[in-house]
Design a protein around this ligand. Structure first.
Ligand code: HSE
Length: 336
């Protein structure tokens, strides 16, 4: 299976580490022998028809900061040409989330689809901005389009709702969809101040490249839009969400709520009509009241009642595991 990897930050590097450490399992259990034939970061792109040496690729990135030092290379302007013309089955799009115009991820995804290549992404921007048209383009080009890591990181929130709750009707859902803000609010609950907690979250690789996306609620908004489209078939976009971030949450409010048995959490909710992201008090006894980078979401279903899924919502390895999960799914849909 030939892969083009676009974006080589924390998640991209973690994914390559997983490919190396899981190579025997991938082959023995799923018949997958992945070859990364191209890898791009913000310095440019390297390609190798026979497959890049993954250990060397990781080493080059670590020591020289960009994959372009690997060897045969091109500038970022050649990425689209590589997507179009290089022989590969899957494009894995991992460039940073941009919720203003979705670029460069959106163009990468559209180019890959139009070239008949399957797409896996954890990039939330393109989906949050153009969910229905990207799904339509994937169907039109008959390619697999997988994005399970866009919501919940390593925790299969979308899959849970779509596959496990099949046959029931989801009426509403609400929960914590951003690991960084949950980490910050949890640390503030323990007495740390906002800036210390944010610095900690960024150092651990949880926060977005631009952490204001987390703090001001945009990341949770993007995930809410993706989930409401995928799970409840709403045709919502970012503009439909009422958003408040955690910037103005005061330590004093947290202390007051703590005395009442509550914690303040950034909650994303969808009742089938209204889409809201806002900090609000949640009882510490509620199953969605989880701490640290955990995400938790409760789906309320017509017949089976409430179901909650909890798991790690951010982090390099956690999110990389969702890409591997998607890759295994893609493998089952294609003939090599
Ligand atoms: N910055 C995101 C978060 C990463 O903190 O949840 C995972 O999407």
């Amino acid at each position: 299976m030939r892969l083009i990897l676009l974006g080589f930050g924390v998640v991209g590097q973690s994914f390559v580490k997983l490919l190396v450490s899981h190579s025997a399992d991938l082959y023995n259990l799923y018949g997958i022998k992945p070859k990364v034939v191209a890898c791009a970061d913000n310095g440019g792109i390297v390609t190798c028809d026979q497959g890049l040496d993954l250990d060397r690729l990781l080493n080059v990135k670590k020591k020289k900061k960009s994959v372009v030092q690997y060897g045969s290379r091109g500038s970022t302007s050649e990425i689209v040409d590589v997507i179009e013309n290089m022989d590969a089955e899957v494009v894995i799009e991992l460039t940073p989330t941009n919720i203003t115009d979705g670029e460069p991820g959106k163009n990468h995804i559209i180019t890959a689809m139009k070239s008949g290549k399957n797409v896996i992404t954890v990039n939330k921007g393109p989906l949050a901005l153009e969910f229905p048209s990207l799904i339509e383009l994937a169907e039109y080009n008959r390619i697999a389009f997988k994005f399970s890591g866009t919501v919940g990181g390593g925790t299969p929130i979308l899959e849970f709702a779509k596959r496990c709750l099949k046959g029931d009707r989801i009426i509403s859902f609400e929960g914590i969809l951003n690991g960084t803000t949950n980490y910050i609010l949890s640390k503030m609950y323990e007495g740390l101040n906002f800036s210390e907690a944010l610095r900690d979250a960024s150092e651990k690789g949880y926060a977005e490249k631009d952490p204001t996306l987390d703090i001001d609620g945009y990341d949770a908004v993007a995930k809410l839009v993706i989930a409401s489209n995928f799970v409840m078939n709403l045709k919502s976009t970012i503009k439909d969400v009422r958003r408040t971030g955690i910037r103005d949450v005061q330590s004093s409010q947290i202390v007051i709520e703590r005395k009442k048995g509550n914690a303040i959490k950034l909650i994303a909710s969808c009742n089938g009509k209204d889409l809201i992201v806002e900090p609000k008090p949640v009882s510490t006894k509620d199953p969605i009241c989880v701490d640290g980078i955990l995400n938790a979401i409760t789906f309320t279903c017509q017949h089976s009642g409430q179901q909650t899924i909890i798991g790690k919502g951010a982090g390099g390895m956690e999110t990389a595991s969702s890409i591997l999960r998607d890759l295994i799914d893609v493998r089952s849909t294609i003939r090599l």
